[in-house]
Ligand binder design. Structure first.
Ligand code: SF4
Ligand code: SF4
Length: 213
């Protein structure tokens, strides 16, 4: 799932302050926590209230789309709703925001969320944790199925930094050290020799992917 965190209300109010009628577009896709119609309606209420405190009377229309990252669906679903709309605020991840911007270049589009990571729901911990950073060169076969890019605070690809204490990360003590997890996993699999390999750091040229569908 793609995990998002709502931007501060004041930042959202700053985005829309030059406009009067705003379409709030939710997304029913993989964004977590959910960002659909119910969340769009709640956000509309909060922004309306925040607007009044700034002597602004925004008008909001709310909608939702099955998945904003489907460019055809987004363009088709939103087009009939744009009559009289000055700006759009998307509750989707950054991908959805960009699809709207591409479909309607004449309408200003704003993100309601900060997109923070690709994660997994850890129900026993009551948390969603980062698992993948979309690096473009998956190392999981070499690291016992544990991602060093997303789960090591320094994104180290060739082993631990040496600062781990009692299995926790030196930078984020609430987190398990990814390289301790990798060591334990490789040990269970009888593959500790993989730790002797030196690997290049993450290659940031491997971004901007396009695959044919
Ligand atoms: S190495 Fe990590 S960040 Fe890269 S693709 Fe694999 S899981 Fe994702
Ligand atoms: S303590 Fe572990 S997780 Fe934290 S930066 Fe060092 S190697 Fe990475």
């Amino acid at each position: 799932m793609i995990v998002t965190v709502q931007k501060p209300l004041n930042e959202l109010l700053d985005f829309i302050s030059p406009y009067g009628k705003i379409l709030l577009a939710g997304c029913d896709g993989c964004t977590q926590p959910p960002r659909g119609l119910r969340e769009a309606n709640t956000l509309a209420q909060l922004l309306e209230l925040g607007g009044k405190l700034r002597d602004k009377n925004f008008k909001f229309k709310t909608t939702t789309i099955a998945k904003q990252c489907d460019s055809h669906l987004t363009a088709t679903m939103l087009k009939p709703q744009l009559e009289g709309i000055d700006a759009i605020m998307s509750l989707a991840c950054g991908i959805g925001v960009q699809e709207i911007a591409q479909a309607f270049p004449e309408v200003p589009v704003f993100p309601a969320q900060n997109t923070v990571f690709f994660g997994a729901e850890e129900r026993d911990k009551g948390a969603i944790e980062e698992r993948c950073a979309g690096c473009g060169n998956c190392l999981l076969p070499l690291t016992g199925g544990i991602c060093p890019i997303a789960r090591c605070s320094k994104g180290l690809t060739s082993g631990a930094c040496g600062g781990s204490k009692q299995g926790k990360c030196e930078l984020s003590p609430e987190k398990d050290c990814a390289w301790v997890l990798i060591y334990n996993q490789l040990k269970k699999q009888g593959k500790l020799e993989l730790l002797k390999q030196s690997r290049a750091p993450r290659d940031y040229q491997l971004t901007g992917w396009r695959v044919t569908t």
